[in-house]
Design a protein around this ligand. Structure first.
Ligand code: NI
Length: 152
């Protein structure tokens, strides 16, 4: 099935050639968070982790740019329902794009967190716009978009 879903993966095993050395300044809390992830994932070196993070960043950017044409999409959104005015803001976005959003499913995950799944259909650029609008709302923790082309 021709799903387009952004997924993290690493490309270990590929021979690295022509390595360039760069120096990067980072806030210490950012580096600490990054190192904690590398430790959890079992990376042997920080350089390897940075290479994988940059590859993921590049692939994500390309993936976002490549989505075109009419698509069926699924938006999975996690948010904090205690966030002031968030429910109203989400409802407003959903009403604004009601011609594209065909169904929604809501589940109360914990006392304060909700997951909402939207079925959306339309032009890829518009679908991305809706995802980004939702992600920009304060209190929305994550938005994941999966799409399927309607033709091909
Ligand atoms: Ni809920």
């Amino acid at each position: 099935m021709p799903f387009d879903e952004f997924e993290m993966s690493d490309e270990k095993g590929q021979k690295e050639q022509d390595l360039s050395r760069i120096g990067v300044s980072l806030p210490s809390h950012l580096l600490e968070s990054f190192d904690a992830i590398l430790y959890d994932r079992g990376y042997s070196s920080r350089s390897e982790g940075i290479r994988d993070a940059i590859r993921t960043y590049i692939r994500y950017y390309k993936w976002m740019g490549e989505l075109t044409g009419e698509r069926q999409g699924v938006i999975t959104m996690v948010y904090d329902h205690h966030q002031r005015n968030l429910l109203e803001a989400i409802t407003e976005v959903e009403h604004q794009y009601s011609d594209m959003i065909h169904a929604s499913l809501h589940s109360h995950v914990t006392h304060s967190r909700c997951v909402e799944i939207l079925l959306i259909r339309g032009d890829a650029k518009e679908i991305k716009k809706v995802s980004e609008r939702l992600m920009s709302l304060k209190g929305v923790e994550s938005v994941k978009l999966t799409t399927i082309p309607l033709e091909g």
